[in-house]
Design a binder for this molecule. Structure first.
Ligand code: ADP
Ligand code: MG
Length: 393
């Protein structure tokens, strides 16, 4: 993993020390973590009921804390990038009324998770959050925060343990309290991620097939452009509604049910932009299925080719890339031993993901660094486990 990212136990120590300092208490009772994710292929397909192929990262959000006797909640984030204030205090509604979003913005992810928790009512609690997932970088710090918090609440008052419903509750939290109409991918893989595997997720049936990805000769390199995107901006919801319009023009429930033949037949009835958006989604869903098959066969060249096709489609048809991401992908593709590279996540900045042969990693990093006009951050990653409870020292 990235040389400079703190480990899970370092994050627990940071959160625990802050907890003991602020609350003047002994050690917190509970510690949990949930990972960020990188999507290998299948971008902007989840909210079209299609396939995605993400993996959980070794980068995680940690929550430590303890139950209290009343209904008061205090949450502190150790992450400076989250914005001020980093402490929030509120009371759990006692009459079944809802917890409204407000300020600070970061606390809305927590409030949303409390709101959608599947075994109410909850006790009051104090908690501290620490994370190694970069915020707003397209590695889903938001889902890792939601899922870590849900996992924390499960330690205070267990629910029935259904993992898919847990992911759906966390997705609902992001919809209602953060105002981001995201698909299910991020929360799903943060809950159900498996060490040594990517997950081929069918976002319609919510079934996942683990695809082994532990070849020691292979590296998954994430490059953060360090250009920030804002998913709560207008572009993401606009793409979503363009897809819905396209599906209904084709007489389908979602673009998952549409083929390129359907789209070509309806071409004259669609405006040019809607056509291009739909084409990306339909072809990307197919690419994702083929990519998972290629990975199973160990056909990395085929996989890499599909990654690059995905990037080009996101750039030209879906128009969610940007100059910095295009630069990073072009630079990576110039290195011998690189199979493929693409933007990952919502777009408009954030990260690229590159699949390459392990022995070329140093050369690749140097070359990308040289060619990129900004200052990138690199993470050498391996597919990791989903959310879990941790033992405190
Ligand atoms: P991404 O999920 O790609 O990182 P988002 O814009 O979806 O980007 O989510 C980032 C937001 O999630 C942050 O601006 C912040 O509000 C919240 N967030 C994520 N991690 C933390 C954290 N450790 N502490 C506080 N807020 C966090
Ligand atoms: Mg997010």
């Amino acid at each position: 993993m990235a040389g400079s990212s703190p480990s899970v136990s370092e994050l627990v120590t940071t959160a625990r020390n802050l907890y003991m300092q602020v609350f003047r208490e002994e050690s917190p009772q509970v510690a949990v973590c949930a990972p960020g994710r990188v999507n290998l292929i299948g971008e902007h397909t989840d909210y079209n009921q299609g396939f995605v192929l993400p993996m959980a990262l070794p980068l995680v959000t940690v929550v430590v804390g303890s139950k209290t006797s009343g209904k008061d909640v205090t949450v502190i984030t150790a992450t400076e990038d989250a914005g001020e204030p980093r402490r929030v205090d509120f009371s759990l509604p006692s009459d079944g009324s809802s917890l409204s979003p407000g300020l600070p913005c970061w606390a809305n992810y927590v409030k949303g998770v409390i709101q959608h928790y599947r075994a109410p009512p909850l006790p009051g609690f104090r908690a501290v959050v620490a994370s190694s997932v970069p915020l707003g970088g397209g590695l889903s710090s938001s889902a890792s925060l939601e899922v870590a918090f849900y996992t924390f609440l499960q330690q205070l008052k267990p629910d029935d343990g259904d993992k898919v419903s847990k992911a759906v509750a966390c997705q609902q939290a992001e919809h209602t309290h953060a105002g981001v109409p995201c698909g299910i991918m991020d929360q799903f893989v943060s809950v159900l991620g498996l060490e040594g595997h990517a997950l081929l997720i069918d976002c319609r049936s919510l079934e996942a097939t683990p695809v082994p990805l532990a070849d020691p000769g292979l590296v998954i390199l994430i490059t953060n452009s360090n250009v920030r995107h804002s998913l709560t901006g207008s572009e993401y919801p606009m793409r979503r509604s363009q897809c819905e319009n396209a599906a209904s023009a084709l007489g389908k429930d979602s673009l998952r049910d549409a083929t390129m033949k359907d789209l070509e037949a309806a071409k004259t009835r669609l405006d040019e932009v809607t056509y291009r958006r739909a084409r990306h989604v339909i072809e990307e869903i197919e690419r994702t299925v083929h990519a998972a098959e290629a990975l199973k066969r160990g056909a990395y060249k085929d996989f890499g080719k599909l990654m690059l096709e995905s990037h080009n489609s996101l750039r030209d048809l879906y128009e969610v890339s940007c100059r910095e991401l295009d630069e990073l992908v072009s630079a990576a593709m110039e290195v011998e031993g690189v199979f493929g590279s693409r933007m990952t996540g919502g777009g408009f900045g954030g990260c690229t993901v590159t699949l390459l042969m392990a022995h070329t990693i140093d050369k690749a990093i140097l070359h990308i660094q040289e060619r990129y006009s900004g200052s990138p951050t690199f993470y050498i990653t391996t597919p990791s486990e989903g959310a879990r409870a941790l033992t405190l020292p």
